[in-house]
Design a protein around this ligand. Structure first.
Ligand code: IMP
Length: 211
């Protein structure tokens, strides 16, 4: 006999209208807006609405994605989409993971060159023959003002390269070479990265479910 908990919940559809991208990261906003193109949505970012950036107090990608989407939906009164993402390095037991942005923190702001160097130093400290396998994770959370939320998780596997290569993109793009490519995320054109990225993988699941 099945209990109430076994009844599959229908995924809520996203109606055309305003959608807040709950991020102040210009690189992410640009990628998410590109993925949403042609959906009849009036997309606006949290930064454009002057919404505050909530502290990312969660310990999982799911929790942080939800808290960012929840805050933007509550404050704006519109559905809000947030991405929580990070780089997980096999040799570091999955670090920096959910703390990927924190590894870039300095007293004067985020320094991505420093963050990439820290990751490289940590990997090299493990020894020369250590695995350089890594993957990016993206969890998208879509929250509605009435409290409903849906999550979608995507992943992209690849290799950590050194030295950094390329100038396109943001964050750790110059040190991540996706599987099947000989260029890093930062060497690939936007459209190519967008077609293969962890964010795109999460977005495909969202697309199939909510549109
Ligand atoms: P958060 O999701 O705001 O916690 O930040 C995650 C961090 O992971 C970003 O600030 C980037 O440094 C990094 N990150 C996430 N996705 C990407 C990507 O597509 N390319 C490069 N870095 C990324």
């Amino acid at each position: 006999m099945s209990g109430e908990g076994d009844i599959p919940q229908a995924i809520r559809k996203l109606a055309p209208g305003k959608l807040v991208i709950a991020s102040h990261n210009k690189g992410k906003v640009r990628e998410i807006a590109a993925l949403l193109e042609g959906r009849g949505l009036d997309v606006v970012s949290a930064a454009e609405l002057d919404l505050p950036e909530p502290a990312e107090t969660g310990t999982t990608f799911f929790a942080n994605a939800e808290l960012k989407a929840r805050a933007a939906a509550d404050l704006s009164g519109y559905p809000a989409l947030a991405d929580d993402s990070g780089l997980c390095v096999d040799a570091l037991g999955g670090d920096p993971g959910v703390y990927t942005a924190d590894w870039a923190e300095t007293p004067t702001g985020r320094d991505w060159n420093l963050a990439m160097q820290k990751v490289e130093d940590a990997v090299q400290a493990k020894g020369l023959d250590v695995s350089r396998a890594a993957h990016f994770v993206s969890v998208l959370a879509l929250a509605w003002p009435d409290g409903h939320v849906e999550w979608f998780e995507g992943r992209a596997d690849g290799t950590l390269v050194w030295p950094p290569r390329g100038t396109v993109g943001f964050g750790y793009d110059p040190v991540f070479q996706p599987l099947g490519h000989d260029q890093t995320y930062a060497e690939l054109p936007h459209e190519t990265k967008n077609a293969i990225s962890h964010r795109n993988a999460a977005f495909k699941l969202m697309e199939a479910a909510v549109f």
